[in-house]
Design a protein around this ligand. Structure first.
Ligand code: FAD
Length: 521
């Protein structure tokens, strides 16, 4: 049972720095994570009660607690590497009961915590901002039950995404949400971020595949939300926790839906002279009524990086390629493939190649899913943005990205879920050049502002984390943000679980990464 708890705030008490160029920080400075400099990092500044570490070790055993600073360095950031801050202590529980005991010990001492899965998040969600203790689920990695008849599996939250599909593959089932990081990221992280992937165009994102959750609240209480049944009445509390980015507590178990593997696939590689033509093809395919399993786009910068890295036979001179996958019953797939080929050609595709066999199909997906890795060859650092626009505005947003790239003199590559209008501009920079860091952040902010202006959103799947907190007011009014805070407070009234994330808070200051990104709120 969740007690209904809320803390009221007045809209006037929230104010933002709309330009992002600073302003007076109101209230106590809560966190300062400055690029490359750990300055007044809250985890350190708070100082940890020495008896707490002893109590945590008593709960978990000494191998469940990491407190040496050299080892903690590994956990100083997630995939959003612009900002860094190590926790004071990291714990690795093995069971829900251990998570609960740990959190009760923290609650008694008024210590906040941050959940962490595999640390592949791209918005700084697992950064320990004002949270001295990091709770990592990597040891909670058991698949608890597989129920093919009811098409569901129960897993612990530290299970790696791909391991769910691997466990049911033999019986020709799969877990549909397939982030490109699926070889590493955990189900808990997926639930927190409401993750998507190439095939969520047809099958839906994480929230469409979670039936039930075990959640440990910020005071250590264990609650069960949802359950194994498909249809439920009452408010959708599972839906409220999915996408809450760890601000509702720690998910320790989940009941997931699995689906039957499609009978067949037709995977096409369409080559275009430029991204504009490719995006028109995307809109035309969707308008035709065909819903492919996936439509993914790569632009020239990414095609070359992937080809140089993996030699999978992508057309290195192309301005853009689309990977279009049709799946379902074998009967009819060839006809759909012909229609999609026709539409792509009509929209300027110079070539459309059908993967001849499973090996060729796997090669194309390998290329797409390893694109981020290949980008590492192009620059010392990169920041992956995640915005959304209505599908028909893809040409406009890609033009805007090109203009922003020119304005800041930074190369920006694009590899994204085109069918969903979910863009991932990858901004290349060098973290040793402070001016480049500043420009990379400013460029990212302009891209997000353009997405919002075009009727889109700040995130398709990577979440808000710390990265985009300052941009939330572009999309939401103060009243909206207060309503969100009140919902959060139902689960965590004192904001002890992943504080200073997602919702900008009144009376606090989140100083993010670069001097021009101070957001007093
Ligand atoms: C190369 C690469 C490709 C990617 N591709 C995609 C993609 O295609 N689609 C996509 O959606 N994302 C993608 N991502 C982003 C990332 O993999 C996802 O956000 C993923 O869900 C994060 O999982 P994680 O286990 O690494 O979580 P972490 O990074 O450890 O944490 C992410 C957030 O979840 C919270 N959290 C973690 N575990 C729990 C828990 N048990 N209970 C409550 N809160 C928790 C953390 O506090 C944090 O806020 C990609 C990342 C990389 C590096």
């Amino acid at each position: 049972m969740i007690p209904l708890r809320s803390i009221r705030q007045s809209p006037e008490s929230i104010h933002y720095c709309p330009s992002g160029v600073g302003g007076k920080c109101r209230g106590r400075k809560r966190c300062a994570i400055v690029h490359g400099v750990s300055h007044n990092c809250t985890a350190q500044a708070a100082g940890l009660d020495p008896t707490l570490v002893a109590e945590l070790a008593a709960i978990l055993g000494s191998d469940g607690v990491v407190s040496r600073s050299a080892e903690l360095k590994v956990y100083e950031c997630d995939g959003w590497t612009i900002e860094k801050c190590s926790p004071d202590v990291l714990v690795m529980p093995c069971t829900t009961e251990q998570v609960s005991a740990v959190i009760k010990a923290l609650w008694r001492r008024e210590v906040a915590f941050v959940p962490r899965g595999a640390g592949t998040g791209l918005s700084g969600g697992a950064l320990p901002v004002n949270a001295p203790v990091m709770i990592c689920t990597s040891k909670m990695n058991r698949i608890l039950s597989i129920d093919l008849a009811n098409r569901r599996v129960e897993v612990e939250s530290g299970v790696v995404n791909l391991h769910v599909t691997n466990a049911v593959k033999r019986d020709r089932f799969l877990y549909a949400p397939d982030p490109s990081s699926q070889q590493a990221c955990t189900i808990g992280g997926n639930i927190a971020e409401n993750s998507g992937g190439p095939h969520t165009l047809k099958y839906g994102v994480t929230t469409n595949h979670v039936l039930g959750l075990t959640l440990v609240l910020a005071d250590g209480e264990i609650v069960e939300l949802g359950g194994p049944a498909e249809e439920r009445c009452g408010y959708d509390l599972v839906g409220a926790v999915v996408g809450a980015e760890g601000t509702a507590g720690i998910v320790t178990r989940a009941v997931l839906k699995i689906i039957r593997e499609p009978e067949g696939h037709r995977t096409l590689l369409a080559t275009f002279a430029d991204v504009e033509a490719a995006t028109h093809a995307v809109s035309a395919i969707m308008a035709s009524g065909i819903v492919p399993g996936a439509i993914e786009m790569m632009d020239q910068l990414i095609i070359r990086a992937v080809e140089d890295a993996f030699h999978v036979g992508l057309p290195a001179e192309a301005g853009a390629v689309l990977i279009i996958e049709l799946d379902g019953l074998v009967a009819g797939l060839d006809e759909y493939a012909s229609r999609v080929t026709e539409i792509a050609r009509h929209n300027g595709a110079s070539a459309v190649r059908l993967a001849r066999d499973e090996a060729e199909r796997a090669g194309l997906w390998k290329a797409r899913k390893r694109a981020f890795g290949a980008v590492g060859r192009l620059a010392p650092n990169y920041a992956t943005q995640d915005g959304v626009v209505p599908r028909t505005r893809l040409p406009d947003i890609l033009r805007a990205i090109q203009a922003i790239s020119r304005k800041y003199g930074l190369a920006i590559g694009n590899v994204f879920h085109a069918g969903d209008g979910n863009i991932h501009p990858i901004i290349l920079y060098d973290e040793h050049e402070p001016e480049e860091v500043r420009k990379a952040i400013a460029a990212g902010r302009e891209i997000l502002a353009a997405c919002v202006e075009m009727g889109g959103s700040l995130t398709g799947e990577h979440g808000i984390g710390v990265e985009k907190q300052g941009e939330m007011p572009l999309l939401f009014s103060p009243e909206d943000l207060i309503a969100m805070s009140e919902l959060r407070h139902v689960f965590d009234p004192l904001e002890r679980s992943n504080p200073n994330k997602v919702i900008p808070r009144p009376g606090s200051c989140v100083e993010v990464a670069a001097p021009h990104r101070q957001v007093p709120i």
